[in-house]
Design a protein. Structure first.
Length: 409
């Protein structure tokens, strides 16, 4: 009986003692091609036992079993796993992760590797763009980059948008960033002036980027800090947005076709009186409407509609090692919620790159074509005595809408 009890106790004690025998400490230096690396994470695989390298790249781990595996991780470098195999000193040379560090970003009139960029640069590729019906390049960027706020000035088709990078920076001057398309800075002024109708107020200007088809954009780079002024001067004080369009690729000719369709409705409609209710309310206050000829028109319903948006795009691309090309054509039509307001846009682009004389000569051709037809309704917040369209429908000032037996719109 005593022998059996002794055997049961001696086995756990032996195993425990054995674990202490094979536990050891491991030290070493972690470096790359340029020297020691501080802050490298060194962890025993499958455990929480770990440490970081000091300023000189040294590390030390205690209570490590001889069959453990060390995992070395550092931002921008490939993760390495090394088995201890009884060794007490392990030096590691980490390799750069080329897929991460060699990413190219556009800065000003050229391009650099992302790790060499000294300013705050955010890059948005085509696969990261917002999906859905996009009416302008701003729709692709909205909500995708930290510190960049994009808001619409109005809901009308082709309406301008407000872009703020890291907030408003000027009280008297403009706050819009500089926009550069394929290396060409755009004029900061609006592409079309605001419409003005005497008595009915003025409308907002149109979107200055509406001439670019969102389907033709390959990437968008945002320079967010003051270093952009070193490249573009004072125009880059509010940040810079760099838009790069798509180019052709070597290989067989290919055709891509895309289409999208959307529907727009009023989210929260304010109830207004119809013709009969308006006449009854006016009579209860001692007023007289006169003969309404049986008309009973809801003014707000008469000026609004369920709007549709449709877009069609086709692109041709291809080329060889010395010559690549891409041509695209697009049609875009957007109806406004207010009747008679709509936007029709025809776009075309052509990118061609030709190399000759053993790549000593390179000719780039980039053409963007746009034809836009925009119809606007009289919607404003600074109308005169005659009032604006929506204001008249809400207030009932133009009471003819209620009494005439016809749809004026």
């Amino acid at each position: 009986m005593k022998n059996k009890l002794f055997k049961k106790l001696i086995l756990p004690v032996f195993l425990l003692f054995g674990s202490f025998i094979y536990a050891q400490s491991v030290t070493g230096v972690v470096s790359d091609a340029n020297g020691p690396l501080p802050g490298v994470n060194v962890i025993v695989k499958g455990t929480s036992n770990g440490t970081q390298t000091d300023f000189d790249g040294n590390y030390s781990l205690n209570v490590v079993t001889s069959d453990a595996v060390l995992v070395f991780t550092y931002v921008g470098f490939k993760t390495q796993e090394i088995s201890i195999a009884g060794r007490s000193n392990i030096d590691v040379m980490l390799q750069e992760d080329a897929a991460l560090l060699d990413e190219i970003v556009i800065v000003g009139y050229g391009s650099v590797r992302k790790k060499d960029a000294t300013g705050s640069v955010e890059t948005l590729k085509a696969e990261s763009f917002n999906r859905g019906v996009s009416t302008s390049p701003q729709d692709l960027l909205q909500g995708r980059v930290a510190g960049v706020n994009i808001t619409s000035a109005s809901g009308e088709p082709g309406g301008a948008t407000s872009i703020r990078i890291r907030g408003a920076t000027s009280i008297r001057a403009g706050n819009n960033p500089l926009i550069v398309v394929d290396g060409v800075p755009l004029d900061s002024r609006n592409t079309s002036s605001a419409a003005d109708s005497s008595g009915f107020g003025s409308s907002t200007p149109s979107n200055p980027l509406s001439f670019i088809n969102p389907e033709d954009i390959a990437s968008i780079d945002v320079l967010k800090d003051a270093s952009a002024t070193a490249i573009y001067g004072s125009r880059g004080a509010n940040g810079v947005i760099l838009i790069t369009t798509k180019r052709g690729q070597t290989g067989k000719p290919r055709i891509s076709v895309s289409t999208s369709f959307g529907v727009s409705e009023i989210a929260n409609e304010i109830n207004v009186l119809n013709g009969r209710d308006y006449a009854a309310a006016l009579a209860s206050e001692g007023g007289a409407l006169g003969n309404d000829f049986g008309g009973n028109v809801n003014a707000f319903d008469a000026i609004t509609q369920t709007a549709t948006t449709e877009q069609y795009n086709v692109a041709f691309s291809g080329g060889t090692d010395n010559h690549v090309y891409r041509a695209s054509f697009g049609y875009f039509e957007q109806e406004g919620i207010i009747k008679t307001s709509n936007l029709k846009k025809y776009t075309g682009s052509f990118n061609d790159t030709y190399k000759a004389l053993d790549d000593r000569l390179k000719v780039d051709t980039r053409v963007i074509y746009n034809f836009t037809r925009n119809s606007r309704a009289l919607i404003t917040d600074n109308a005169g005595s005659q009032g604006s369209l929506i204001g008249a429908a809400y207030s009932g000032i133009l009471h003819l809408l209620y009494v005439m037996p016809m749809d004026l719109f």
